[in-house]
Design a protein around this ligand. Structure first.
Ligand SMILES: [Zn+2]
Length: 443
């Protein structure tokens, strides 16, 4: 709904009110109240619609808040995962450092061993050369030939061999050590490669987690923005709703004022009629005084006798059920009216001067007429139910004794009768204003 719509209603209402003072004809006076009620209904249903939209917004906002909480929780999860990954990366980095240091140490050890082997190789070579070139073999031979027995020869030979093979054994051991170191170096290097690999995967994981976290953070920002606009929409709708409620109330006040004005109009009309009747009676008295007693004109159209005073009984017939506690179809109930029954075509008349405020069919009351009366500044409402037909429409002004319909058996009724209610005030569903009609009417 927009402001234009408000304006159009406000203007329409203003126009309706504005047209009231020109009402000369009461039949159209009624339509002003009807129009106001229609406008009030329009405003009321628009307000209901807006309130529905407000509730929708509220649930959208709640859904949004729930989503935000979910995402917050997810972001916290990502943070924890990222922290975990970071500490794993730090661990790997430390291991890599240690392994690299180990490799360096191994390299140094290998180098030292290689140098030692080289040195010893040189030494062995030199010794072999010495034996060959500088008659070393002769020396060996001298050693061997110097033997004084075969046993001594064998001993000397073994000694020479032992020297040579001892050298060779040392060299072989050194070679094995070197191979072991090389192997260990290879193992450590492969471990290092594995560590580097692990660290790289962790770095990738961290990067992915950060990017997912960034996505969630972006989503969170969007939801916050969405929520802000939903709140704003809700506030606007609430403003509209309260404006409509105000308007509804205002039209309600206008309806009351209009009804009061119409009642006052009816009262004045009645006073005027009374004055005219008195004037006519005075004239007739004068006329009868002058002429020799002509009979009163027959106003025999109304078969229900109309009594003098403010009130008259609404139909001829016998009282079949009084106001108060009563038994109907075996069940005790409170009877809020007086039942009058008679056979044939029985006219029903207005119990006092007033205005028809409702004339319609209801499943309980059948054809029913509600009349409002303003008597000495007090409002009364009379109800005429179960009529076979109604002669007056909503808004019709009626005089006491004026025919408004015929006795019938429509609605929740068991046999032709008039169910007549009198309320000191307005009618309501609980009938709290109902009074015994005998308090006012002579049946
Ligand atoms: Zn009744």
């Amino acid at each position: 709904m927009n402001k234009k719509y408000f304006m159009s209603i406000a203007i329409a209402a203003a126009l309706t009110i504005g047209s009231l003072p020109t009402l000369a004809n009461p039949a159209s006076a009624h339509s002003s109240v009807d129009d106001l009620k229609k406008k009030q209904d329009e405003v009321s249903s628009k307000k209901d619609q807006i309130n529905g939209e407000i509730n929708e917004k509220k649930s959208e906002i709640n859904a949004n808040i729930n989503k935000q909480q979910d995402i917050k929780a997810k972001i916290a999860e990502f943070d924890a995962k990222i922290r975990d990954t970071e500490s794993k990366i730090a661990e790997k980095a430390k291991e890599i450092e240690q392994t690299t240091a180990e490799i360096e140490k191994l390299k140094v050890e290998i180098k030292e061993l290689e140098d030692k082997i080289k040195e010893r190789n040189e030494l062995l070579k030199e010794r072999a050369r010495a034996i060959q070139e500088k008659g070393g073999s002769a020396n060996y031979l001298d050693v061997l030939l110097g033997a004084d027995s075969f046993g001594d020869f064998i001993n000397r030979m073994t000694a020479v061999n032992t020297i040579v093979s001892a050298d060779k054994k040392i060299m072989d051991e050194q070679k094995r050590d070197q191979e072991k170191l090389e192997k260990k170096k290879e193992e450590v290097e492969s471990k290092l490669a594995q560590l580097e690999n692990d660290k790289a995967s962790l770095e990738t994981l961290k990067k992915d987690l950060n990017s997912e976290k960034a996505q969630k953070a972006e989503l969170f920002k969007q939801l916050e923005k969405q929520q802000a606009s939903l709140e704003k929409e809700k506030v606007n709708l609430e403003k509209e709703s309260s404006e409509l409620a105000k308007m509804e109330q205002q039209i309600g006040g206008e309806i009351q004022a209009e009804q009061a004005r119409l009642a006052e109009l009816a009262r004045q009309r009645e006073l005027e009629k009374k004055r005219q009747a008195e004037a006519a009676a005075a004239a007739a008295k004068q006329a009868s005084a002058s002429s020799s007693g002509g009979s009163a004109s027959a106003s025999a159209a109304v078969t229900t006798p109309v009594s003098s005073g403010t009130w008259t009984r609404p139909a001829s017939g016998s009282i079949t059920t009084e106001y108060g506690w009563d038994v109907l179809n075996g069940e005790s109930r409170y009877h809020y009216g007086t039942d009058i029954a008679a056979g044939g075509s029985v006219p029903i008349v207005a119990a006092a001067d007033g205005y028809v405020i409702k004339s319609h069919y209801s499943s309980s009351y059948g054809n029913v007429v509600y009349i409002t009366h303003s008597i000495n500044g007090k409002t009364f409402t009379t109800v005429y139910a179960h009529m076979s037909s109604s002669l007056v429409g909503t808004g019709t002004p009626v005089d006491k004794g004026q025919r408004i319909g015929y006795m019938g058996n429509t609605g929740y009724s068991f046999g032709q009768h008039l169910h007549f209610e009198l309320h000191a005030g307005s009618w309501n569903a609980s009938k709290s204003n109902s009074v015994n009609p005998r308090r006012y009417i002579n049946f």
